[in-house]
Write a protein that binds this ligand. Structure first.
Ligand code: PGA
Length: 256
C-alpha cells in the first residue's frame, strides 16, 4: 500500500486575494480530476486561512496551517490556538519546520507540546525534521533524525503514531533549488520507516513520510516513485498552480 499527500507550504507569501486566486486554480484541478486518490493540502498564511476555508468547504481539497500554539486560549499575544484553526476548517498543522527552529528558536520541547495538543484536538500534525549541511557532512544525519524524533514524539503510543505525518526536510535542500538526490531520500526514508516501526510497532507502516526540499515538477517523478515516500511538502513550487498540480499528477502514478 502506498498513500500520497501533496502539501503546499506557502510560507509568508500571498495576501488574501492572491491566496484565493491560487486556490481557485488548484480547486479547478481537483474538481476536474474527480478520481484523484492523493490527498491534496494547502497551507496558506494565517490571514488567508478563514477565506480559504470558506472556498474549500465540501471539496476534496484540505486546509492546513503553518504553525499554532498549544494552549487553548488566553494571554498569549500574537499566537493562534488549535481550536481557532479548526473552526476555520483546518485539518493539518505544520510543526517543527526548520525555519521556525532556526529563526524563531523553536525547541523540541515546544514542538512536542504542539504535537500532543494537535492530536488531542483530533487534527493532524505534520512534523518536520531534517539535518543541516554541516551535520550531513559530519555523518550525523541519522543521529539528528533520531534525536528529533525521540524528543518531538515523546509521549506518543503505537496507537497514535499513525495519525502523525512526518516530513523529512534536509535543511540544506529547502529553498535552495538543490533537492536531495534519489539515493539520499531513499536512504533517509527507509531509515525513518524502520526506526518508527521499531519504536512504535506495525501501525508506523501507515505513517505518511513526506519529502520536502526543492521538490518541483522536474524532480517529482524521481522522488515520489521511492517506496517509502508518501508525498511531498512543497514550498516554492506550491506557489505556482501549474507546478503544484503537475506534482499532484505525478503522485497519482505511484499510489498503490
Ligand atoms: P521548498 O520548501 O520546496 O521551497 O524547498 C519546502 C519547505 O520548506 O517545506
Amino acid at each position: 500500500m502506498k498513500n500520497m499527500l501533496i502539501a503546499g507550504n506557502w510560507k509568508m507569501n500571498t495576501n488574501v486575494f492572491e491566496s484565493q486566486k491560487l486556490v481557485e486554480y488548484i480547486l479547478g484541478f481537483v474538481k476536474t480530476n474527480a478520481t484523484l486518490k492523493s490527498k491534496v493540502l494547502v497551507c496558506p498564511p494565517f490571514t488567508s486561512v478563514y477565506a480559504i476555508g470558506q472556498m474549500i468547504e465540501n471539496t476534496k481539497l484540505l486546509l492546513g496551517a503553518q504553525n499554532c500554539y498549544y494552549e487553548e486560549k488566553g494571554a498569549f499575544t500574537g499566537e493562534i490556538s488549535i481550536p481557532m484553526l479548526e473552526y476555520c476548517g483546518v485539518s493539518h498543522i505544520i510543526i517543527g519546520h526548520s525555519e521556525r527552529r532556526s529563526y524563531f528558536k523553536e525547541e523540541d520541547e515546544i514542538i512536542n507540546k504542539k504535537l500532543l495538543a494537535i492530536l488531542e484536538y483530533n487534527l493532524t500534525p505534520i512534523l518536520c525534521i531534517g539535518e543541516t549541511l554541516d551535520e550531513r557532512n559530519q555523518g550525523k544525519t541519522f543521529d539528528i533524525l533520531i534525536n528529533q524524533l525521540d524528543k518531538d514524539l515523546a509521549g506518543l503510543t503505537g496507537d497514535t503514531i499513525e495519525r502523525v505525518v512526518i516530513a523529512y526536510e534536509p535543511v540544506w535542500a529547502i529553498g535552495t533549488g538543490i533537492s536531495a538526490t534519489r539515493e539520499q531520500v531513499q536512504k533517509a526514508h527507509d531509515f525513518l520507516r524502520h526506526f518508527l516501526v521499531g519504536k512504535f510497532g506495525e501501525k508506523a507502516n501507515r505513517v505518511y513520510l513526506l519529502y520536502g526540499g526543492s521538490l518541483s515538477e522536474k524532480n517529482a517523478d524521481e522522488i515520489l516513485s521511492i517506496e517509502n515516500v508518501n508525498g511531498g511538502l512543497i514550498g516554492g513550487a506550491s506557489l505556482k498552480g501549474d507546478s503544484f498540480c503537475s506534482i499532484i499528477q505525478t503522485a497519482e502514478k505511484y499510489i498503490i
